[in-house]
Design a protein around this ligand. Structure first.
Ligand code: NAD
Ligand code: UDX
Length: 460
């Protein structure tokens, strides 16, 4: 089989943008074109000022700066990019369905199917089609059906190549992946994709499996990771009533090499576009095969996570004498984790919604999230009118402004800069008692207590 010379990726989001940038950076002989229907997003990827890329990831500006215009291109002409490519990645969104059968659980595959139909309609020569999006097990079968029923004689070979990058560390994860997973049946196609990654990933870290193992492994990896967070969060509540400290418990169990130290940080609850969506999808698939015990088991991970978010909001209300009506609460952080501007399923959204129901007055500061995005997140919930969201919640671009005159500060995201603030100065400007609710166990408890804050952290 001839070497891959042209790659197209459909979907220029948090996965398509960074993964293709690194593939282009490491394969200067392959022309990589990333296409999207969203014109504003493509314009931002092409912005001369690398600070304006639509995805904030440490180190991404340098990668894009190196490859863009050389062999990395961002475009809105999807048909042309499909026609010219030897290999096409599908990296579009696969959100939880909000309608019809499987509503609230199953993955919505309409965007993936639209891509397959467009590829089928436009392609005039043989293509390797790669599933980069996270998809339910056996989706490749449906793709194959759509692609093969075009009758134009084009031969499509389908591979599954799920992405394991985490946001905030996407570039280092892509440069140095624990593994790259490629599922497929066609040896030549697999080898072609292996060669793309082998430009920088050691061969022993490139795993090949059958299609179904690859598709399922992605859902299972996310389910296991999220399960660890829910497990330690469950223990955090037990710590609070028994006098144990959840960080000490994490350290004690994490030193056991069978358990390992990662993903044992108690928090206000996991967020992000993947964990909840992928577990719900796993639960849905298990139920569709009548595996009730399996489905119930994994569903608990989500139930525990919802409980943790509610519990944090309730803790704030209860500690502030059972009412937050008219009280100024400064939110430090809105993103679902540090070093990203992504807010999808962020715990901050749900904690804010709970407190706004109680008529709290929230002032948000996040180093990377825009006011527009924050209001969009709240309005999407539909809990109150957009006017009320704007009346009760303000967004500022200076943390000291958010905290001035506040009854309480709540840490929702673990941004490093929050630790470096002048907390003595902040204390002077806050109402007394000055509450701090640390949903990330981020700040220095001893120091805050010394300064006279009433400090509460998850899990102690
Ligand atoms: P995203 O919403 O950021 O990006 C998807 C993009 O696809 C959007 O810009 C959208 O406009 C575009 N798109 C949709 N339909 C299109 C079409 N028919 N033609 C052209 N463009 C189209 O989503 P994301 O976070 O990049 O996730 C993409 C996939 O990767 C999902 O399946 C997700 O589960 C998976 N994934 C995400 C992450 C992550 O950290 N975000 C990690 C691993 C896997
Ligand atoms: C996750 C997977 O890690 C990644 O492999 C997959 O490709 C996409 O989904 P992501 O959601 O970007 O990545 O970030 P991750 O670091 O996994 O964090 C997810 C959520 O869990 C965040 O809200 C984070 O704050 C929370 N978390 C993580 C904890 O609360 N405690 C931990 O110990 C780890």
């Amino acid at each position: 089989m001839k070497a891959i010379k042209k790659i197209t990726c459909i979907g220029a989001g948090y996965v398509g943008g960074p993964t293709m940038s690194v593939i282009a950076q490491k394969n200067p002989d392959i022309a990589v074109t990333v296409v999207d229907l969203n014109q504003a997003r493509i314009a931002a990827w092409n912005d001369a000022d690398l600070n304006n890329l639509p995805v904030y990831e440490p180190g991404l500006d340098a990668v894009v700066g190196e490859a863009r215009g050389r062999n990395l291109f961002f475009d809105t002409d999807v048909d042309k990019a499909i026609r010219e490519a030897d290999m096409i990645f599908i990296s579009v969104n696969t959100p939880t369905k909000t309608y019809g059968k499987g509503k609230g659980q199953a993955a919505d595959l309409k965007f993936v199917e639209l891509c397959a139909r467009q590829i089928a309609a436009v392609a005039t020569d043989d293509k390797i089609v790669v599933e980069k999006s996270t998809l339910p097990v056996r989706t490749a079968e449906a793709l194959k059906n759509i692609l093969e029923n075009t009758g134009n004689g084009v031969n499509f070979r389908i591979l599954s190549n799920p992405e394991f990058l985490a946001e905030g560390t996407a570039v280092t994860d892509l440069h140095n992946p624990d593994r790259v997973l490629i599922g497929g049946e066609d040896e030549e196609a697999i080898e072609a994709l292996v060669n793309v990654y082998a430009a920088w990933v050691p061969r022993e870290r490139i795993l090949t499996t059958n299609l179904w193992s690859s598709e399922l492994s992605k859902l299972v990896a996310n389910a296991f990771l999220a399960q660890r967070v829910s497990s330690i969060n469950a223990i955090s509540e037990l710590c609070e009533v028994t006098g144990a400290n959840v960080d000490e418990v994490s350290r004690a169990i994490g030193q056991d090499s069978r358990i390992g130290p990662k993903f044992l940080k108690a928090s206000v609850g996991f967020g992000g576009s993947c964990f909840q969506k992928d577990i719900l999808n796993l639960v849905y698939i298990a139920r569709s095969y009548n595996l009730t015990a399996v489905a119930d088991y994994w569903e608990q991970v989500i139930i525990m996570n919802d409980h943790q978010k509610t519990r944090f909001a309730e803790k704030i209300i209860q500690t502030m004498y059972n009412t937050v009506n008219g009280k100024h609460i400064a939110f430090l952080g809105w993103a679902f984790k540090k070093d990203t501007n992504d807010t999808r399923e962020s715990a901050a959204i749900y904690v804010a919604d709970h407190l706004l129901d109680e008529e709290a007055e929230i002032v948000v500061y996040d180093p990377k999230v825009s006011a527009e995005q924050i209001y969009k997140d709240l309005d999407y919930l539909g809990s109150r009118s957009p006017e009320d969201n704007r009346r009760l919640l303000k967004v500022v671009d200076n943390p000291y402004e958010a905290l001035a005159g506040a009854h309480a500060a709540a840490v929702l995201t673990e941004w490093d800069e929050f630790k470096a603030y002048d907390w003595a100065k902040i204390k002077e400007g806050m109402k007394r008692p000055s509450f701090v609710f640390d949903g990330r166990k981020l700040l220095d408890k001893k120091e805050l207590n010394r300064l006279g804050f009433a400090y509460y952290a998850i899990g102690e």
